[in-house]
Write a protein that binds this ligand. Structure first.
Ligand code: HEM
Length: 413
């Protein structure tokens, strides 16, 4: 299959953003945070009763237990214990969609692979992306609605923005971008439509294979060329390894960043005094970004599997047990933050755990922060008197695994 054949699989009345927005829970307001208070207090490490949850008979006991980990201390302990807890559990679902990606690797494979990928995320590359890719992408999106005096900041800015950034980091041809956006959105809609996500995964494989072949033949400065040339201890990335990473980037990189920048804008727009403070003093923006990541992390839970007998929070976990790591509950731990449910950019800065911890700690931390910084600065520079649209439905954040507002209707002067 060639890059141009890929679109032949598309049906025209399907809107990937609409379908995706369904998976964000548009119309249903979900707030898990009140339940986390009791979890932290009573069961920092809790075993789920799978028999009761799934109505199983006594003799249908699942082979392995499933645990949730709910305090900052316990979450950090799991993430920092690479021997006790494996990432291989991601293979089953994520592996089918992304391929064998860094997310599901344990040491020492993970270390080598990360060392290769990191070569594409140097300080120099970041500086080039900031001026050549990220700035132009956000300004082009704002150009499209600035004359209207109103916009939905999610569908018109925060959602397309990080996908646009990745397309430009890969230097994809302008004509391929609509098809790329469509495949990317379908891939991350895996929660609502697994079949479509698997099709998009295969289409992306075909598409990226062609691009990698071109870049191996004529290398340039783009992300794919750099990944194709990266070398560590005589080892290089195969096409499939590069493709697994590029697919993961659409979820781990773009989906998280779209959600985190939307959550920050939601926090500021619903707290106009804090919005005004940031507008007037941009040196407050970094702490506003961190507070939004703490208050509403885009990704609430991640997973590990116990690899050996481990004692945690007074409980005994056994090899094969699944561990649901509750980042959301950890980020609202009242032993670390006073009044944790409140969005307050002026609170004392204490590190949160939205980017995880340990060897799998997010590879895109600096990129995510920089993208958000550039986007919010552009919004504040170009949209005077920005505020929520009084004639539109009040926005809300929703989702039990991924969280973000489905829409952010705003008006500006
Ligand atoms: C605010 C935005 C982001 C958040 C909250 C976030 C969060 C996370 C978290 C929690 C993990 C750990 C997953 C696990 O171990 O199970 C992770 C890993 C990762 N993130 Fe991010 N991420 C963000 C943005 C990005 C961006 C922009 C990139 C682009 C490079 C990126 C690339 C990755 C990669 C490649 C991994 C896997 C690292 C490894 O397994 O060693 N992320 N991220």
């Amino acid at each position: 299959m060639t890059a141009t054949d890929v679109d032949a699989t598309a049906d025209d009345d399907y809107d990937p953003f609409e379908a995706f927005n369904k998976s964000t829970g548009a119309g249903i307001v979900e707030n898990p945070y009140p339940d986390f208070v009791a979890l932290r207090r009573d069961t920092p490490v809790a075993e789920l009763d799978l028999r009761e949850m799934f109505g199983l008979a006594d003799d249908e006991a699942p082979e392995h237990a499933v645990w949730t980990v709910n305090t900052f201390e316990a979450v950090q302990a799991v993430l920092r214990d690479g021997d006790g807890f494996s990432s291989k559990g991601y293979e089953e679902i994520m592996g089918a969609v992304f391929g064998h990606s860094i997310l599901e690797m344990d040491e020492p494979e993970h270390h080598t692979y990360r060392g290769l990928i990191q070569q594409a995320f140097t300080r120099k590359a970041m500086e080039r992306w900031e001026t050549d890719v990220i700035g132009p992408a956000v300004h082009a999106l704002i150009d499209d609605f600035i004359e209207d005096g109103r916009a939905d900041l999610v569908s018109q800015l925060t959602f397309p923005f990080p996908f646009e950034v990745i397309a430009d980091q890969l230097v994809l041809p302008e004509d391929d971008k609509p098809r790329f956006h469509r495949m990317a959105t379908e891939l991350i809609s895996v929660q609502v439509d697994m079949d479509r996500a698997l099709r998009a995964s295969a289409d992306l494989h075909a598409y990226f294979s062609d691009v990698i072949a071109q870049r191996r033949a004529v290398p340039a400065q783009d992300l794919i060329s750099v990944l194709a040339q990266a070398e560590l201890d005589g080892q290089q990335l195969t096409d499939d390894e590069i493709i697994a990473f590029l697919r993961l980037l659409l979820s781990a990189g773009a989906e998280t960043t779209y959600r985190s920048s939307s959550n920050l804008l939601y926090g500021l727009l619903t707290h106009p005094e804090q919005l005004a403070a940031v507008r007037d003093d941009r040196s407050l923006l970094p702490q506003a970004i961190e507070e939004a990541l703490r208050w509403e992390p885009p990704l609430l839970t991640i997973m590990r599997t116990a690899a050996q007998d481990v004692a945690l929070g007074g409980k005994e976990l056994h090899p094969g047990d699944t561990v649901v790591i509750n980042i959301g509950a950890a980020n609202h731990d009242e032993t670390r933050w006073d009044d944790p449910e409140t969005f307050d950019i002026f609170r004392p800065q204490v590190p949160h755990i939205a980017f995880a911890s340990g060897v799998h700690m997010c590879l895109g931390i600096h990129l995510a922060r920089m993208e958000t910084m550039v986007a919010v600065n552009a919004i504040l520079d170009r949209l005077p008197d920005l505020g929520l649209d009084p004639d539109a439905e009040a926005p809300y954040i929703t989702g039990m695994v991924f969280r973000a507002p489905p829409a952010l209707p705003v008006v500006f002067g």
